[in-house]
Design a protein. Structure first.
Ligand code: NDP
Ligand code: 2IT
Length: 444
């Protein structure tokens, strides 16, 4: 059995219930084959892969809090400190009822390679809770965040582990988490990113993941001799990533015709009205169905995903496994020629296979959505310097980072004989730096 198969098989026996984690590992390990085979003896001697797939540390804790009816609620909190070979653990916190250890291990594992691709000194981590912020009052969210931090604060620090946002964790939650960290430790330090501008946040962080997604998509499309100008774009999600992806897509001349939430999707043939979407989602925290109250000519499709809408470019920006093999076939059948992933692991293994085999322009999540964590790392730099850079400066750096990621991913794919296969390119380019650092630092 190959080294890769041995490691993967062992993992399936050890963690049979962590299906998202196993999926993420399979995708990465399979595409690392050329580089693993070339260095197999060396890597086996130091059990590199066995160590790579095992988190350095997982913290799991009880989060009790009191709801508005005076009832005590109990959630589970986690922080997966996956790999610190190239820098302090870095990665978001997700608050969503589906959160469990396996989901956070998949996200933490992906984060290792994504963070490596940014070229910045950040290791991989992820955390969160099965707490659902939907429908909770601000006071309830604050009570939860404070209780979550009452445990988490012992395990994080500006040079140790720096969490940020993800699904269900935005500016409001980061504010409450930061306030409690400061109260408990007395430290005014860059321990979280995505902070508000009045207390150490970075300009452009709010927009970074969505903007970065469009910067790398634009680069990939231009290198293929095409342009976003006038193209029809389908977006899923309507959260932080989706909203700023739509904003930048418009600035680049594209036309975005869909947006969605977990209840359904909106199709607006005239192009999604971004002001309306921002009002519904950022201001009112309401359901996407409300869009029809502002734009009655649009269509709302309950309990459906937007993948059957004809488009040139698809940008999944909601959640994992939102595109399966069948959705991928539908997209391709309708002439979609570019997919770039704003969400983490939005395409299942069958969908990835469809995209890669069809030869369309396909940029996987760990490269495509790396703009968010990149600007998080720039926020850490600004906090260390005790300076704030301008929007233009951070945006220019973000653009440069996304372009560099494209170049790295594309060059790695070509070097190993997989020209145009950005899945292989991203995984290998991300892996090489981490592997070298792990080898240099000995058995730790
Ligand atoms: P938000 O919480 O701001 O928005 C999430 C969006 O996705 C909402 O529209 C939400 O709808 C929808 N959604 C969430 N879960 C599901 C589900 N199970 N089924 C259908 N729709 C769902 O999160 P973000 O925009 O920050 O994150 C979106 C994706 O991007 C995630 O995969 C995240 O990991 C990834 N990402 C985020 C980064 C960031 O900087 N924020 C950076 C890199 C990647 P509803 O409100 O109905 O739940
Ligand atoms: O998936 C991700 O890269 C994020 N949620 C952002 C992580 C970060 O530390 O900014």
């Amino acid at each position: 059995m190959s080294y890769i198969s041995e490691v993967y098989e062992t993992l399936t026996v050890k963690y049979p219930h962590e299906k998202e984690f196993l999926q993420a590992v399979k995708e990465v390990l399979d595409s690392l084959a050329p580089v693993i085979e070339a260095n197999e003896e060396r890597y086996r001697r130091i059990s590199l892969l066995e160590r790579l797939v095992e988190p350095e540390r997982i913290i799991s804790f009880r989060v009790p809090w009191v709801d508005d009816n005076g009832k005590v609620q109990v959630n589970r909190g986690y922080r997966v400190q996956f790999n610190s070979a190239i820098g302090p653990y870095k990665g978001g916190l997700r608050f969503h009822p589906s959160v469990n250890q396996g989901i956070l291990k998949f996200l933490g594992f992906e984060q290792i390679f994504k963070n490596s691709l940014t070229g910045l000194p950040i290791g991989g981590g992820k955390g969160g809770s099965d707490f659902d912020p939907h429908g909770k009052s601000d006071r309830e969210v604050m009570a939860f965040c404070q209780s979550f931090m009452n445990e988490l604060y012992r395990h994080i620090g500006a040079d140790e582990d720096v969490p940020a946002g993800d699904i269900g964790v935005g500016a409001r939650e980061i504010g409450y988490l930061y306030g409690q960290y400061k109260r408990l430790t007395g430290l005014y330090e860059g321990v979280l990113t995505g902070k508000g501008l009045s207390y150490g946040g970075s300009l452009t962080r709010t927009e970074a993941t969505g903007y970065g997604l469009l910067y790398i998509t634009d680069e990939m499309i231009r290198r293929a001799g095409k342009s976003i100008e006038g193209k029809t774009i389908v977006v899923s999600g309507s959260g932080n990533v989706a909203i700023f992806a739509i904003e930048k897509a418009y600035q680049l001349g594209g036309k975005v015709v869909t947006a969605s939430d977990s209840n359904g999707y909106i199709y607006d043939a005239n192009g999604i009205n971004l002001d309306v979407l921002k009002k519904i989602k950022l201001q009112d925290r309401a359901r996407i169905k409300e869009y029809l109250n502002y734009v009655p000519a649009a269509e709302y499709h309950e309990n459906e995903k937007p993948w059957n809408v004809k488009c040139d470019i698809a940008l999944p920006c909601a959640t994992q496994n939102e595109i399966n093999g069948e959705s991928a076939r539908t997209l391709l059948g309708n002439g979609c020629w570019c997919v770039a992933e704003g969400a983490n692991m939005p395409s299942d293994l069958e969908a990835i296979e469809q995209f890669v085999n069809s030869g369309i322009l396909y940029m996987p999540a760990k490269a495509a959505n790396a703009g968010g964590v990149s600007v998080s790392a720039l926020e850490m730099s600004q906090n260390s310097q005790r300076l704030s850079w301008t929007f233009e400066e951070v945006d220019a750096r973000l653009k440069e980072i996304m372009k560099n990621i494209y170049n790295k991913v594309s060059a790695s794919a070509e070097k190993y004989g997989y020209k145009g296969n950005f899945v292989v390119g991203a995984n290998i380019a991300g892996f090489e730096k981490v592997a070298e650092a792990m080898e240099a630092q000995g058995i730790v």
